[in-house]
Design a protein around this ligand. Structure first.
Ligand code: NAP
Length: 309
């Protein structure tokens, strides 16, 4: 198939493109940065330079490639300040709203058969026990400072699933770790923050996090490109765990001191309600549907075990 990857140069894109090429697909990789064309060629893709926020550039790029499938992996996540969560995600939110709409319009004009878009595991409602499945509701009442970001996630999902002219597929990826991510063992920002004891356990550390190795996320995406039916798929590993368990274990494996404990009220002052929610209230996520329907299994089933090895 001819596959157009928007976000081909990023953490997931650089894992995805060579896998698509190895599976025999013709890949057109989009970047807004002319100097990254050589890197895309090395990965086996035909480079396409276009700004995802410019509808004419996107229409022309997709129109020229005439893909069978579009994959939307556009984000622009810099340093995250949980007190100004929406501000930190402002550009990503535009990519999730305007970027999605431009890609969908261009895809419809070219008659793409499948449209696969990146979403996020952490936006489920913070209620109930057990792991969240794709049937469960998204958070109807996110903290004030996260509302725009959660609305942008809803937009991607509703726009993609609502595009009845194509097979719309939403992949709710777990927290990325592995090469090129902020959880890269050699110098990822989050890993360095844990090494420097800057990530505390808030309250009971009861938020259950779902992770995914970025290579496994790419494998699942190839499966989705090739044969997923319309719908949502959680792409997470087999080992969701409370912050109170995985964070001290990871700190230990990194040779760092034990994380500090910070009570909720103090964390609220330092990191806002978003910071508290992320460390105490998120729910873990089930990968049963992706295993069943995509025929996919994570090669790295547990983030904790990966770092302990
Ligand atoms: N589920 C998760 O945990 C998750 C999800 C996403 C990201 N992250 C993490 O966030 C960190 C930073 O990632 P990032 O957001 O900077 O993404 P990234 O991994 O660098 O990828 C962003 C991609 O989007 C493209 N892009 C951004 N704005 C664009 C525009 N206006 N037009 C065209 N292409 C555009 C970039 O292209 P060019 O730069 O080549 O122009 C790049 O290919 C990484 O550590 C990553 O692991 C985590």
């Amino acid at each position: 198939m001819r596959v157009f990857v928007a976000g081909a140069t990023g953490a997931i894109g650089t894992q995805l493109v060579p896998r698509l090429v190895a599976a025999g697909h013709e890949v057109h990789g989009m970047t807004r940065t002319g100097s990254k064309q050589a890197m895309l060629r090395e990965l086996g893709a035909t480079p396409v330079v276009a700004d995802a926020l410019d509808p004419d550039q996107v229409a022309e790029a997709v129109g020229r490639a005439q893909p069978d499938v579009i994959v939307h992996q556009l984000t622009s996540i810099g340093a995250i300040d949980p007190r100004r969560f929406d501000k930190s995600f402002a550009l990503t939110n535009r990519l999730r709203i305007e970027g999605t709409d431009h890609l969908l319009s261009a895809g419809q004009a070219s008659g793409v058969k499948r449209f696969v878009a990146q979403s996020y595991w952490g936006a489920y409602a913070r209620t109930g026990s057990g792991l969240k499945t794709e049937e469960d509701q998204l958070d109807p009442t996110p903290p004030r400072e996260m509302r725009e970001s959660w609305a942008a996630i809803r937009h991607v999902e509703e726009a993609v699933l609502g595009a009845r002219w194509t097979e719309g597929i939403v992949l709710r990826y777990g927290g990325f770790y592995g090469p090129g991510t902020s959880m890269a063992p050699d110098g990822g920002e989050q890993i360095e923050a844990i090494r420097k004891r800057k990530v505390p356990i808030v309250g009971d550390g009861g938020a259950v996090w779902s992770f995914i190795h970025v290579a496994d996320a790419a494998d699942a995406t190839v499966a989705a490109v090739e044969h997923a039916g319309r719908g949502i798929y959680n792409i997470v590993d087999d080992d969701p765990a409370p912050v109170a368990e995985w964070l001290p274990a990871l700190a230990h494996d990194l040779g760092a001191k034990k994380p500090f404990h910070v009570p909720r009220f103090l964390a609220r002052m330092l990191a806002g309600e978003a910071g508290v929610v992320m460390m105490t209230e998120l729910r873990g996520v089930s990968n049963a549907k992706a295993k069943r329907e995509l025929g996919w299994r994570p090669a790295h089933p547990s983030m904790r075990k990966e770092f302990a090895a």
